[in-house]
Design a protein around this ligand. Structure first.
Ligand code: FDA
Length: 305
């Protein structure tokens, strides 16, 4: 119930203004986000990489509404990739990209062109790109763009959301040719017609998707903080005879940092999803919805008005 309320608030500009202006917000935000600028992302990546972790950096921003905004986002990624290369943080650091921030909603051809230039720059920098997955209305377009990009950039990867009913079949299709697939539960508010609604159903779907990915010839990226699913990920890797360099775990920055180090200490590749930028509201609200214990700041911000 609380999850639904918080996800609904994620789409409200009024609530956004209230939360952003609350001083207590900033402390919570700092735990999950590197900072507002690319220098923050670089500094934080350096710390994580020095601790034996890999990184995927997300420039915060979604639902871009005009071409100039989309171009500015693409340019931000190009500059970031140059800086990562210059700082010798590649290939340990890669980037995660939301196609909506590149204009997918109003012009998917333009989003593709921007994604292409980001993939080209990543390739020059010796690193990779992963396409985030957003709400279900964008899944087909994102997978189409993925396949077009892979013709010239075979290392580009994509996220798949276990809560979508279609995802088990998608995972079977995507578990090929070294394709990098990030399996997550899914973070958006989706209708029952397309998505499982209960935790149990989503977890069971996650395991079915995991089986498909681990049993195929792609590169599974097991993105979860769920102790049970992490243990099942380890088990399936053993079952399908995958060595630690044939899959990886991924967790969000600020979530279960001890577990990140524990897994890395066991010899697994552990990649931390590291967001930065000024547009943190939508991202933070999805984190609050996942763990209402984190949302005290949000409630306080509303009550203090
Ligand atoms: P869930 O939130 O159900 O938690 C399960 C259990 O994990 C909890 O019961 C608890 O034991 C433990 N746990 C969770 N959070 C914890 C915390 N803060 N502290 C301690 N324990 C905690 N989504 C999407 O729609 N598109 C995308 O592209 C991505 N990309 C992405 C990348 C990466 C690297 C990750 C880790 C996640 C995403 N997500 C995403 C988000 C994802 O879909 C999902 O919303 C979150 O990962 C939360 O789901 P969990 O699998 O962690 O389980």
């Amino acid at each position: 119930m609380l999850r639904k309320v918080i996800l609904a608030a994620a789409g409200s500009h009024r609530v956004e203004r209230l939360v952003e202006s609350a001083p207590v917000s900033r402390n919570v935000v700092r735990r999950f986000i590197a900072g507002t600028g690319s220098d923050d992302a670089l500094r934080c990546s350096r710390e994580l990489v020095d601790n034996g972790l890999a990184v995927t950096i997300d420039h915060l921003g979604e639902d871009t509404t005009n071409p100039a905004q989309a171009e500015a986002t693409a340019n931000e990624y190009l500059t970031l990739l140059d800086a990562l290369h210059a700082a010798e943080l590649t290939p340990a650091a890669e980037v995660s990209v939301k196609l909506s921030a590149l204009g997918q909603v109003f012009d998917d051809k333009q989003a593709y062109e921007h994604a292409r230039s980001i993939c080209a720059r990543a390739s020059e920098a010796g690193t990779t790109v992963t396409l985030d997955m957003e709400d279900h209305t964008t899944t087909d377009s994102t997978l189409e763009i993925l396949h077009k990009l892979r013709v010239d950039f075979p290392t580009v990867g994509v996220a798949v959301q276990a809560y979508l009913r279609r995802s088990e079949a998608d995972c079977r299709d995507l578990a090929v040719d070294g394709l990098r697939v990030r399996l997550c539960k899914g973070a958006y508010r989706e209708p029952e017609s397309v998505a499982f609604q209960t935790r149990l159903e989503v977890d069971k779907s996650y395991v079915r998707c995991l089986n498909a990915l681990m049993g195929g010839t792609g590169y599974p990226m097991v993105a979860t903080h769920d102790p049970r699913l992490i243990a099942i990920g380890e088990d399936r890797a053993r079952w399908f005879d995958r060595s630690p360099d044939e899959f990886e775990f991924q967790l969000l920055h600020g979530v279960r940092p001890d577990e990140q180090l524990r897994l890395a200490g066991l010899g697994y590749t552990v990649r931390v999803y590291l967001p930065y930028g000024t547009e943190w509201y939508g991202y933070m609200m999805r984190r609050m919805a996942e763990r209402p214990a984190n949302s005290a700041f949000f409630v306080r911000a509303l009550l203090s008005r």
